[in-house]
Design a protein around this ligand. Structure first.
Ligand code: PMP
Length: 382
């Protein structure tokens, strides 16, 4: 139950483990093309340009920056944790003049502050992290999409910890780039960087006056390949991660079979159940309110006197693996529970049980069973 890599469906793993195909075999071309079609559905962006590259989520961020930034462009980063700060570094590497609007730990940046900043400076793009995996803080993409339209700024959503878990309507909400990695709510082993790019952002890229600063990521190379697969034709630039793309097709099919609305609702219920369980144990969480708490992971503070390693080892001895803190300024003071993808009621209750066992072994005083009962009641509000 860490926030990625998550546990994968057996059918996805079987696809990943099947005999490796040629990247120009007719059935692989169909698999790739079908995956590109389904990405537009899952991202809810029918006019978008999907990209599937071999690499991790950081490559997806790097690709967006490399293709959309030219030296001297102004970029605004809205940071709600570790991954916002990473985006600032990446943008600066490609020559952007970067301004970071940083939230307090557990909070979000006020929309008015973002608008005030957009009024002062001519930004080319802004980035924000939908769910920051270091804080479990969720940002509402809607007002940011509207600001992007109003001020003619390209909006980039880091959805590594949200796509296929939290609600995203890329086209309707006017977000120009939504990027993710395969190993989280998309449900495919690590190794794919996935992006869907709006026609507006593709135009900005087409009108560049300088070459893209990364050879591998340059959309000049990849657009032809994506178009070829979409048209069910063979092509080659760099060998695709054939087995992972086979797994991606299966996972996207499972996501669409569940239905996006049902999947978002399931994640909402799961997030609410964990929050209820933790509250019943008197454990505070990093997000300052439930409205900005993510549904794909939870980030609880350790109660006074509980030590990171003792607690996590004890939870693990009870059969559940959780993650430690990530945000440097508070690293040892909190832990993280991932609950995205195919998490069911049994996983939630056994995780709450292991957390209770860990707390008990560390000498924390609480009513035994309170967390499990509250999570169960939240899941079954009958
Ligand atoms: N953004 C967010 C929100 C993430 O959670 C992560 C990974 N945890 C990344 C970016 C970077 O992805 P990767 O580790 O796959 O490079």
């Amino acid at each position: 139950m860490i926030p990625g890599p998550i546990e994968f469906e057996p059918s996805v793993l079987r696809a990943a483990g099947s005999a490796t195909n040629s990247h120009v075999a007719p059935d692989f071309i169909e698999t790739f093309g079908h995956s590109l079609d389904m990405m537009k559905e899952v991202w809810q962006c029918p006019s978008g340009q999907p990209f599937v590259l071999a690499g991790s989520g950081t490559l997806a961020m790097d690709t967006a920056a490399a293709n959309l930034i030219e030296r001297g462009d102004q970029a605004l980063v809205i940071s709600t944790g570790y991954f916002g700060d990473r985006f600032a570094d990446i943008l600066a590497r490609y020559g952007a003049v970067v301004k970071v609007l940083k939230s307090p730990v557990g909070g979000v940046v006020d929309t008015d502050l973002i608008e005030a900043e957009l009024k002062i400076n001519q930004y080319k793009l802004l980035t924000f992290t939908h769910v920051d995996t270091s804080t479990a803080v969720k940002v509402d993409p809607r007002p940011i999409g509207q600001l992007g339209k109003k001020y003619g700024v390209i909006t980039i959503l880091d959805g590594v910890c949200s796509v296929a878990g939290e609600e995203i309507r890329q086209e309707e909400w006017g977000i120009d780039v939504v990027l993710t990695a395969s190993q989280k709510a998309i449900g495919v082993p690590p190794g794919l960087a996935l992006l869907v790019v709006s026609p507006k952002a593709m135009n900005v890229w087409k009108n560049r006056t300088s070459p893209v600063g990364s050879y591998y990521s340059d959309w000049t190379n990849w657009l032809l390949i994506m178009n070829a697969y979409a048209d069910r034709k063979p092509s080659y630039f760099g060998t695709p991660a054939v087995n992972l793309v086979a797994a991606l097709e299966v996972s996207l099919q499972l996501i669409l079979k569940e239905g996006l609305e049902a999947r978002f609702a399931r994640h909402k219920n799961t997030g609410a159940a964990f929050r209820s369980g933790l509250k019943a144990l008197n454990i505070k969480q990093i997000p300052l309110s439930d409205e900005i708490a993510s549904n794909t992971l939870s980030a609880p503070w350790f109660p006074d006197g509980i030590q990171n390693q003792n607690f996590l080892s004890s939870v693990s001895a009870n059969g559940v693996i959780l993650a430690g803190g990530l945000l440097p300024e508070i690293k040892g003071k909190y832990f993280r529970i991932g609950h995205m993808g195919s998490v069911n009621q049994g996983d939630i209750l056994s995780t709450m049980g292991a957390i209770e066992a860990g707390l008990a072994s560390c000498g924390y005083s609480f009513t035994k069973g309170a967390g499990i009962n509250a999570a169960f009641a939240s899941l079954n509000a009958f």
